[in-house]
Design a protein around this ligand. Structure first.
Ligand code: UT7
Length: 318
């Protein structure tokens, strides 16, 4: 039994902020951002909620999968920036009363970890119709006085409906985490208001040692993909599309070089979306799906990596 993606969807906030717009409010430039990252603009949520974006993406995925929200057995949402700290918001938005719902915090690997969790539930036979979502409004976790992080990220959500299938779906998965190195990309929790706590820390935002994360990514991602592809009994030459987490075009180019696979097989949306963390893989997957770049039987790699540190890769037959 395999876990097959039967429908995809995505939603981005209306407000587009270009590099030139940022250079008017902080000491940065289009040239710096574009040359270091490949990002030209990003969507930032001004009025939208994450649950609203996720529900929009989910509605498209449900429609393509020809499943009603009421028929969902489970909703798994990969995110670190939910509107509220407690779960089940998307379930409420969708009216998916029968579903079991919870959020998964694996930062930029959130969609991959949610998909792999859904795969385990489906192969165990426990659930059949699962909605997997990855989405973020990371703009609210950014320190807008820190130009080294806030220019990199964007907001948005993507979704996939997965169901059991005999022939098509996930062939293999790899996942990993390394908490010992987690300090290189971090975000503190909420301020503690407990009167018994005397050393409560201040409000905290995302901080990153960009070069350390870069080195981690270019070493770990090719290794994880190679392992997942081998576990599937394939070689990287057999893979039609590599849908990678969109953090930096230079990271994607490095992975393509290390795997000796042409960049043509690595679609990107980094230029228009920036880094959407858990949202980047499902938003890009929906984009390639809607553009008709995926044919039945194609072999696809999905891969994510990021804070934690965490990483994950899955190989599937579309
Ligand atoms: O999804 C989560 C995973 N995250 C990632 O994968 C991020 C991985 N890392 C990266 O993508 C890159 O390391 C960055 C894009 C974050 C940074 O690129 P870099 O080539 O490593 O630049 P750097 O950190 O070495 O900074 C170089 C210079 C510094 O100035 P000095 O000290 O050389 O004078 C920074 O202060 O660039 C400066 N700088 C900026 N200048 C203009 C940093 N941010 C900016 C900015 N605009 N926005």
């Amino acid at each position: 039994m395999k876990t097959r993606i039967c429908g995809t969807g995505s939603a981005l906030p209306k407000r587009v902020v270009k590099n030139e717009d940022l250079s008017k409010i902080m000491d940065t430039s289009d040239e710096w951002i574009r040359s270091r990252t490949g990002i030209a603009s990003r969507h930032l949520a001004v009025e939208e909620t994450l649950a609203g974006l996720a529900a929009k993406a989910a509605a498209q995925a449900l429609e393509e999968a020809e499943i009603a929200a009421e028929d969902l057995d489970m909703i798994l949402a990969g995110t670190i920036s939910a509107d509220r700290l407690l779960p089940c918001e998307l379930q409420r938005e969708l009216g998916a009363a029968k579903a079991v719902a919870f959020d998964i915090n694996a930062a930029c690997s959130g969609f991959l970890f949610a998909l792999q969790t859904a795969d385990a539930y489906i192969r165990s036979g426990q659930y059949r119709n699962i909605l997997v979502v990855g989405g973020e409004i990371l703009s609210k976790l950014m320190d807008w006085n820190d130009r080294s992080t806030c220019v990199l990220f964007g907001d948005g959500a993507g979704a996939a409906v997965v169901r059991p299938d005999e022939a098509y779906g996930i062939l293999s998965s790899v996942q990993g985490s390394d908490g010992a190195r987690g300090g290189v990309l971090s975000c503190g929790g909420r301020r503690n208001n407990n009167p018994y706590v005397t050393n409560s820390t201040a409000l905290s935002f995302v901080t990153m040692d960009g070069q350390a994360v870069y080195k981690f990514a270019v070493r770990t991602v090719p290794k994880a993909i190679t392992e997942a592809v081998e576990r599937a009994g394939l070689t990287v030459e057999d893979i039609d599309l590599f849908v990678l987490h969109q953090a930096n075009i230079r990271i994607i180019e490095s992975v393509s070089k290390r795997l000796r696979v042409s960049m043509e097989r690595f679609p990107t949306n980094l230029s228009e979306c920036g880094n959407i963390s858990a949202g980047s893989v499902p938003v890009l997957l929906d984009d390639v799906n809607r553009r008709g770049l995926l044919n039945k039987g194609d072999k696809v790699v999905l891969a994510g990596f990021g804070a934690g540190l965490t990483w994950g890769a899955s190989v599937l037959i579309w």
